[in-house]
Design a protein around this ligand. Structure first.
Ligand code: SF4
Length: 356
């Protein structure tokens, strides 16, 4: 599930940044927080929470606040700071759920404008991954036939040689057949009818950059069958189940008698992607949830080196090579909108530090 985190805050970030709860956002040393000590005994975050693969949203949430990501993944981490006998509920509010549902509705409506989802029965994990690969193939075929837009396009790979297998779904790709160029567009819906501030734009730009990098790795032939097989532990040469076989044969009427495996579909997609072209431009579009009117668009530059540095820093945390870090002082306004703020260890430590 590669969900969108579209709505963080409509607050005036400059005003909220005046909230003074710590002086600076220096990094703590390895496993120095109590939550890190507790959890390190059970393995690294990667081993505990994402032993097979990560999703792009993991990194996007981490970009926003690593401490918050840890609390989302691990309730025992924030319960450390709750006094005995205090009953804690961090269930998502009805308002927050509604905002997410409205966001999903806008995304679905966009998708249905250009494509009709087809139900395919999946039984095995190989079937499920074959469907993801087929969805990439659908995008390639659509562009080959002259379509200029594809939506909800999966991407996968091992970005920046990190050793982490990552999966995500791109909102929209736009193909110009005359110039043979591909651009990426990320749709973000907002409860507010005003554009987001810089912090949110930076987070969204990071997300777009990561999608583009993964897509481009597929085009460059840097994603291999062995990577997929080893990370996902798929049996690539076993025939797919009946439902998906029928679907593939309906799509490819010329192919008769062949029994497809997940490896067949993967090989086709990896090969077809290499004849494609890399993404060169990205845009984030902000849409008002209620009116569904566009609020603003934000063209962004794909800065591979900056992205690499940020991404590899994030990987250090997943490998347990450093402790968890909360928000920097200039971003402490985010805590005002965080459900974990009353029990947040990072916040408490920084508040204590600021008094000395
Ligand atoms: Fe992060 Fe602030 Fe929430 Fe703590 S209170 S998890 S530092 S956003």
């Amino acid at each position: 599930n590669d969900s969108n985190i579209d709505e963080w805050s409509d607050a005036d970030e400059d005003e909220l940044a005046k909230i003074d709860f710590f002086d600076n956002g220096c990094e703590l040393s390895k496993f120095s927080l109590e939550c890190d000590k507790l959890l390190s005994a059970e393995g690294t975050p990667l081993q505990r929470y994402r032993p097979k693969y990560l999703i792009v949203s993991d990194f996007v949430q981490q970009y926003w606040c690593e401490q918050q990501l840890l609390y989302r993944l691990s309730p025992e981490a924030y319960l450390l700071n709750v006094s005995p006998g205090v009953d804690v509920s961090i269930e998502e509010s009805a308002e927050s759920k509604e905002v997410k549902e409205r966001g999903s509705d806008v995304h679905l409506a966009r998708e249905l404008e250009i494509q009709v989802p087809v139900e395919v029965e999946v039984i095995t994990k190989e079937d499920a991954w074959a469907v993801k690969f087929l969805n990439i193939q659908t995008m390639i075929l659509a562009f080959t036939k002259g379509h200029r837009v594809a939506r909800e396009v999966p991407v996968f790979g091992v970005p920046f040689g990190s050793g982490f297998f990552v999966y995500g779904i791109i909102d929209e790709l736009q193909y110009n057949p005359d110039l043979h160029t591909v651009e990426i567009l990320e749709l973000k819906t907002r409860k507010s009818c005003y554009p987001p501030r810089k912090s949110q734009q930076d987070k969204d730009a990071f997300q777009v950059g990561l999608y583009a990098e993964m897509f481009n790795d597929l085009v460059r032939g840097m994603v291999t069958r062995e990577m997929v097989e080893n990370h996902l532990k798929l049996t690539l040469d076993t025939p797919l189940s009946g439902g998906i076989q029928r679907h593939i044969h309906q799509q490819n009427k010329k192919v008769k008698m062949k029994i497809f495996t997940c490896g067949d579909i993967l090989d086709m997609v990896l090969s077809q992607m290499q004849s494609f072209t890399c993404i060169t431009k990205g845009t984030v579009e902000y849409v008002h949830q209620e009116s569904r009117k566009q609020i603003s668009t934000f063209p962004m530059t794909l800065d591979q080196e900056k992205l690499r540095s940020l991404f590899l820093k994030q990987c250090e945390w997943w490998r347990g090579e450093r402790g968890t870090v909360g928000v920097d002082v200039e971003d402490c306004w985010k805590c005002s909108y965080c459900q974990f703020a009353p029990f947040c260890e990072w916040r408490a430590v920084k508040a204590a530090e600021s008094k000395h």
